[in-house]
Design a binder for this molecule. Structure first.
Ligand code: FAD
Length: 393
């Protein structure tokens, strides 16, 4: 059986980011990236947006940048702001993959499906299936697994961020491409959770227009299309346009604890390892923090523990919000409108990245509908106590 020092499972955002870093910092270690050749298991192409300073390590793959962001409240009030020194950037997953693969010098890619990982005290064994059905095994000193989790966690609250977007081209100039609209809360709202439009204008005539919900159940394709038709016609007034592409996805937003280390030798990364911010679904920047910390630990000869993408107090804040949305005690549209109305955007963006200071977090907390959030907080604490007492029984 072949043995390697490190096996990275899955070549998505997390697997590629980690491969890129380990390729540079562990020149004398054997590292492999194991990616499934099976189309049914592969993650479809997508775009990733995130914010960071003007210059960043993935700039060669960035296809669009916005220096201002906007939010529209349920009544149509718009809050728009420059986000200097930050920039909102978009990367297409295929460009990211090409950039990383082009830079790898030592990491090898194996095109096999991981069917099982058997953990052990000294090494873990990956069971692999080839495209032709052949079986083999690979031993690894450390495994970083980014395969999507099967099923949703039973504990805590899990909402789905589910969406469908159209890449559109209009017959006349319709967009202000200087700002991306993070949330357009004028769309009809569900009873529990929140729905909003998301608008990424590339120039005056082309944009990605998405309809998104944070709710428990995904919609049918027909329902997404109906919502998008309503949004583009009655709220954006796009007139005549052509749909040139479609992007669709589901991102689990959970308050459940997703452990990073799941065995002696096995660790999770990416969405499976808690890199998704529970309250927003943003993951790409969290993946970068996670994989940077893992690479630093390995260089220092340490086991990579404590590489969480978000501080515990932020995860608690998100858990309260998810509970409030799920139990219908927080009006989602009102919550997000109040949040953006009461806080400068750069402060909120720092908070969502886990880098805000405690006084900023206090200001953010006070700039939410406090009565609703207090009820949600109380329910979250009560639910936590129920779990604790059932564990002690
Ligand atoms: C359509 C869409 C748009 C998104 N947009 C944004 C955004 O704008 N900003 C943001 O921050 N986040 C966004 N997200 C959320 C998040 O960034 C992505 O889901 C991101 O791809 C998660 O990275 P990952 O590495 O955890 O998982 P993935 O990128 O899904 O990677 C998992 C990898 O594992 C491989 N794999 C699966 N099974 C096996 C197996 N058995 N053996 C071997 N390999 C396997 C898959 O082929 C894939 O390469 C978006 C998500 C979706 C779905």
């Amino acid at each position: 059986m072949e043995r390697v020092d490190v096996a990275i499972v899955g070549a998505g955002a997390a697997g590629l980011s980690l491969a890129h870093r380990l390729d540079r910092v562990l020149p004398h270690r054997s590292v492999v990236l194991v990616e499934t050749p099976e189309a049914a298991l592969r993650s479809p192409e997508r775009t990733w947006c995130f914010w960071e300073e003007e210059t960043g390590e993935w700039d060669a793959a960035v296809c669009h940048r916005w220096h201002a962001l906007a939010v529209q409240g349920p009544d149509g009030t718009t809050w728009r702001s420059r986000i200097h020194p930050l920039v909102y950037k978009m990367i297409r997953s295929r460009d990211f993959e090409a950039l990383v693969r082009g830079s790898l010098q030592r990491v090898r890619t194996l095109h096999w499906t991981v069917t099982d990982i058997v953990d052990g005290p000294g090494e873990a064994v990956l069971r692999l299936r080839g495209a032709d059905g052949a079986q083999r095994e690979l031993a690894a000193g450390l495994v970083f697994d980014s395969r999507p989790l099967v099923g949703l966690p039973a504990e805590g609250v899990t909402l789905l961020q589910h969406f469908r977007g159209w890449f559109v081209r209009t017959d006349r100039p319709r967009f202000d491409s200087s700002a991306a609209v993070l949330m357009d809360l004028r769309v009809p709202q569900p009873e529990r959770g929140v729905a909003f439009g998301y608008l990424l204008p590339f120039d005056a005539r082309t944009a990605l227009v998405e309809y998104t919900e944070f709710t428990r159940e995904v919609c049918s394709d027909a329902a997404y299309d109906a919502a998008l038709r309503d949004y583009t016609e009655n709220l954006l007034h796009l007139g005549v346009f052509t749909v040139t592409g479609v992007e669709q996805g589901v991102i689990p937003m959970t308050s459940a604890h997703l452990p990073e280390r799941v065995g002696h030798r096995v660790f999770r990364i990416g969405t499976a390892g808690g890199a998704t911010r529970p309250a927003t679904g943003y993951t790409f920047a969290g993946v970068q923090r996670q994989t940077r910390r893992i690479a630093a630990a390995l260089v220092a000869g340490r086991f990579p523990v404590g590489y969480s993408a978000y501080p515990a107090r932020h995860r608690f804040f998100d858990a309260v919000l998810l509970r409030g949305l799920d139990e219908g005690v927080v009006d989602g549209a009102e919550f997000f409108a109040t949040l953006f109305r009461s806080n400068p955007l750069p402060r909120l963006l720092r908070f969502l990245d886990g880098s805000s200071r405690p006084w900023e977090e206090l200001a953010i907390g006070l700039g939410t509908p406090v009565a609703d959030m207090s009820t949600a907080l109380w329910r979250q604490v009560r639910a936590g106590r129920r779990v604790a007492s059932s564990l002690l029984r």
